[in-house]
Design a binder for this molecule. Sequence first.
Ligand code: PGA
Length: 250
Amino acid sequence: MRRKVIAGNWKMNMLPNETIQFIEDLAPLVKDTEHEVILCVPYTDLFYALLTAQNTNIKIGAQNMHFAESGAYTGEVSGKMLKSINVEYVIIGHSERRQYFNETDETVNKKVKAAFEYALKPIVCVGETLEQREAGKVEEIITNQTKLALDGLTNEQVENTIIAYEPIWAIGTGKTATKEDANDAVKAIRKKIAEIYGQNVADGVIIQYGGSVKSSNAKELFSMSDIDGALVGGASLKADEFSKIVEFEK
Ligand code: PGA
């Protein structure tokens, strides 16, 4: 049985004092969960989040990283830097980064490889646009993005990658994919991983759904055969609401 992983993606929100308060509020609400809880916070909140989350079951991630170790890349942060303060996870290839910051399948792959070099666990995002969905290309687009993102990784690295299937039209729009559509897409990703890395690897990989997940739809999504939790944007900004997604069975 795969575990469920519920990760918050705060995007460009929350200041350090709000981060500390949030984690202090969230920790008691999720302390007994059997699911994995991750908060991916802005760089400026990382240190505060890590300190506040010590001695809790909340894990901390970044939202991006550069693939180089160091150098003349003004404004960028490397995997080595993230690791040096004990960050555990990093989101790579979020659609907002692909859309607004020229992230490509190639840079996503470089970043995933660099994440493993520094023992960071990547959460790799894939997903189709509405246009691609309407053209019947969902499976083609997301399996290709997955294949390119994971290219050159070992089986063990693939097993330690979290994939987030996030249809772009569902992000921040309040429009969630139906649980059947989301599950079919996640299954297609798992099948592609099985083709390349074998069924054992595919059976173990955590594949989340993301796109307008909230406490009122988490349970139905997470009850599907292949959906192993969620990457949550808007609904991860309130501790109470986020805790209800983590504790979706209650
Ligand atoms: P949303 O964002 O939950 O606000 O739709 C999800 C994401 O972008 O990861």
